[in-house]
Design a protein around this ligand. Structure first.
Ligand code: ZN
Length: 131
């Protein structure tokens, strides 16, 4: 019973967290960001998309493994569940949501398991297949 029970508790917590975030102004990552946003720059070997005005607006980090840093709450579950450890947690002092973010520094290692996307309590992650 142990593992099943833990999974149920975790899913319930994720659901409640997501509800509380989505009840505020925080929206999930826009899955169409690649057509709607421009590349603002590069960071640790990956692209950064959208409006970047630090420390408040940080944009979307990564392309095929995309993390919207203006949605990310720094929970870190993505880094914990990723089987290929492609995330590093990066300090983002003075961001209104959290002072750390998940950075997809090894996005090319992604095996498309979607564990991070499904577990993220803020729906900040969008995984797509490389072109
Ligand atoms: Zn980054």
């Amino acid at each position: 019973m142990g593992l099943t029970f833990l999974v149920v508790v975790e899913e319930t917590l994720n659901y409640l967290l997501f509800q509380s975030y989505s009840g505020e102004i925080f929206l999930p990552i826009d899955s169409d960001f690649k057509s709607k946003c421009k590349v603002a720059g590069e960071h640790s070997g990956h692209k950064v998309w959208g409006l970047v005005e630090p420390p408040v607006k940080l944009g979307i980090h990564g392309t095929n493994v995309a993390v919207d840093w203006d949605v990310c709450v720094g929970d870190g579950v993505c880094a914990d569940v990723c089987p290929v450890s492609l995330y590093d947690m990066v300090d983002t002092p003075n961001h209104p949501l959290s002072n750390r973010k998940a950075d997809p520094v090894r996005e090319k290692d992604c095996i498309q398991c979607l564990a991070c996307e499904m577990q993220c309590p803020a729906a900040a992650i969008k995984i797509t297949s490389p072109p």
